[in-house]
Design a protein around this ligand. Structure first.
Ligand SMILES: C[S@@+](CC[C@H](N)C(=O)[O-])C[C@H]1O[C@@H](n2cnc3c(N)ncnc32)[C@H](O)[C@@H]1O
Length: 263
């Protein structure tokens, strides 16, 4: 297992929230440990194929792009950081697990010109391509690729962005630890030396992310995120995990961002 050194990475601190979605729950576990996830269908390709097939049909029917994971603000924060860090507009940027491709749309609107989105779900890729076409964005590459495949086709990116994909992969009911290891390897292969990794996560604590990406990556910065309140009370992790999936997802919105700064 070799990775280029150093990468500058950023980590999300979601210590007071958890990723929602069907069957996504969290067990108590040691800080920095990784044995506290209950596997979920969100970790399966079948789940995403079905979800994006439905979203694709909806988009073609009524033009609704579907779920914006972590909310619109999450994209704004990543983009604001990119501007602050003076990531060049022509930097090569990979959106890992692009879903509906809306992050690519927002990046393009901010002037980023060298964008690639990948997803292992063919329906996601079809949706992202439709969404981009509807925005007249024809210069963005969207490919059906399993990030964990080890094919070697993804390399030399200046910035890799992950919004919810490592979370989903981490819920894989099979080979749980192996897929997490493969993710880190794949990331090392995809990023150029000194490139940035920006992860938005809802399931992992900062300590856990630092532990997972400790080898070959250098933590740069965590973006501050606002607290979410329901009924005048700041939600805690336990509050969110006990709620239904939709509310838990809403609870994730607006908080789980990370982005590095220079140096
Ligand atoms: C929570 S969704 C987030 C989608 C998108 N990043 C967003 O913010 O809307 C997770 C995404 O990861 C994709 N995904 C999961 N495992 C993957 C893999 N091994 N390779 C590529 N994409 C994957 C899923 O198909 C899905 O689009």
């Amino acid at each position: 297992m070799s990775r280029p050194l150093p990468h500058r990475s950023s980590m999300a601190d979601e210590s007071d929230s958890t990723h929602g979605g069907p069957n996504s729950t969290k067990r108590d576990g040691p800080k920095g440990g990784e044995d506290d996830f209950v596997p979920s269908k969100l970790g399966t390709k079948q789940y995403w194929d079905e979800a994006y097939q439905t979203e694709l049909e909806t988009f073609r029917d009524i033009g609704d792009v579907g779920e914006i994971w972590f909310g619109e603000q999450s994209m704004g924060r990543v983009i604001r950081w990119m501007e602050k860090a003076e990531i060049p507009k022509n930097a090569s940027i990979l959106d890992i697990g692009t879903g509906n491709g809306v992050l690519l749309v927002e990046l393009a609107k901010e002037g980023y010109t060298n964008l690639t989105g990948i997803d292992y779900s063919a329906a996601s890729v079809a949706l992202a391509m439709d969404v981009l076409q509807a925005e007249d964005l024809n210069n963005i590459s969207v490919k059906e690729v399993d990030f964990l495949s080890g094919s070697g086709e993804l390399k030399d990116f200046d910035v890799c962005v992950d919004k919810g994909t490592f979370d989903a992969i981490s819920l894989n009911p099979e080979n749980t630890n192996e897929v997490r290891i493969r993710y880190v390897q794949a990331l090392g292969d995809a990023l150029k030396e000194g490139g940035y990794f920006v992860i938005t996560s809802c399931n992992w604590t900062k300590e856990q992310l630092l532990h997972r990406f400790c080898s070959g990556f250098e933590f740069v910065q965590q973006l501050p995120t606002p607290s979410i309140q329901f009924g005048g009370k700041t939600e805690t992790e336990d509050d969110l995990t006990s709620r239904d999936s939709q509310l838990a997802r809403i609870g994730c919105s607006g908080r789980l961002y990370s982005a590095p700064s220079e140096g």
